[in-house]
Design a protein around this ligand. Structure first.
Ligand code: C2E
Ligand code: MG
Ligand code: MG
Ligand code: MG
Length: 281
């Protein structure tokens, strides 16, 4: 980016670049041993049916609070964990911990876990999944693994093989952040996803943009024809929810309905029975 803005701008950006590199090194160093020190924990964001009455699933969201650097967002630390390979160990812990926690929930509630491309292509992923299911006694078909679009295009054959291996375990797969990558709708027919999660950017635009309404409607209809369920992520307003009810996706997730919350709060919410979404943020 510094190059794009021309030679005169270079020195302006350099200190910032240095800071970024410095921060990256700091995070990478602190990440060593962070798992053993118990610095990671999980939050869960409920995914509701369209009426907002029933929790269908909860998405597992990883949190890191470092002894020195404080709380670091996954958007910042996951790319670093992918670079240094620690994501495989950390991600394995997330799968095990998520299954353990969700095994306490009512049997009609699923759990979604985000999967890094590095994890998807690691040869021991099926073993990691099987052992997480076995040690928790959690049913395979209640586990949903989310992967983003960009993952698939890097290496289509390897991605397909990995997704097939997951599906053979009866674990479900979700295409996350759909619409942000470069894949075309035709890819949907190639990959064995049970669920398609429409990216927040389309949901945000629903109110202002008739084009977004048309896109979302088209995606939902196509997904239905291909036998996939659809989830709208990042629902923040009542108007967006009303629009989604007209376009009839299968499930909704977002701050309007519920924020990510600790496991204890999910358990209390589910134990309450007829859960209604908060309908506010
Ligand atoms: P994602 O999988 O698309 O997860 C949804 C993100 O959107 C979460 O951010 C969630 O807190 C946020 N979100 C949910 N509803 C709303 C809303 O209504 N409005 C807005 N503005 N945001 C909303 P978070 O927790 O910061 O995670 C960011 C990303 O980090 C995730 O995006 C996912 O790609 C990645 N991530 C999180 N946990 C893990 C993990 O365990 N493993 C891997 N590989 N990636 C993870
Ligand atoms: Mg996700
Ligand atoms: Mg997403
Ligand atoms: Mg996202």
């Amino acid at each position: 980016r510094a190059k794009d803005s021309g030679r005169g701008q270079m020195c302006f950006y350099e200190p910032l670049m240095d800071e970024k590199i410095e921060r990256g090194r700091d995070l990478a160093a602190e990440m060593q041993g962070a798992l053993e020190r118990g610095e990671f924990h999980l939050m869960f964001q409920p995914i509701f049916d369209l009426a907002g009455e029933r929790v269908l699933s909860c998405e597992t969201l990883l949190r890191w609070t470092n002894r020195r650097l404080g709380s670091v967002s996954p958007a910042e630390f996951i790319p670093i964990a992918e670079d240094n390979g620690l994501i495989v160990g950390i991600g394995g812990w997330v799968i095990r911990e998520a299954c353990r926690i969700a095994s306490e929930w009512p049997a009609d509630v699923k759990i979604a876990v985000n999967l890094s491309p590095i994890q998807l292509r690691s040869t021991n992923l099926p073993m990691v999944i099987m052992s997480a299911l076995a040690s928790s006694g959690f049913a395979a078909d209640r586990l949903e693994l989310e992967v983003t679009e960009s993952v698939l295009l890097d290496d289509i054959e390897a991605s397909l093989a990995a997704l097939d291996a997951i599906n053979r375990l009866h674990v479900r797969t979700t295409l996350d952040d759909f619409g942000t990558g470069y894949s075309s709708l035709s890819y949907l027919t190639k990959f064995p996803f049970q669920t398609l999660k429409i990216d927040r950017s389309f949901i945000t635009d629903l109110e202002q943009s008739p084009a977004s309404v048309a896109i979302v409607q088209t995606v939902i209809d196509l997904a239905a024809k291909l036998g996939m369920r659809t989830v709208a992520e990042g629902v923040e307003t009542q108007a967006q929810l009303d629009q989604l009810r007209r376009t009839r996706c299968d499930a909704v997730q977002g701050f309007l309905l519920a924020h990510p919350m600790p496991a204890s709060m999910v358990a209390a919410m589910l134990a309450d029975g007829g859960i209604k979404a908060q309908q506010r943020s």
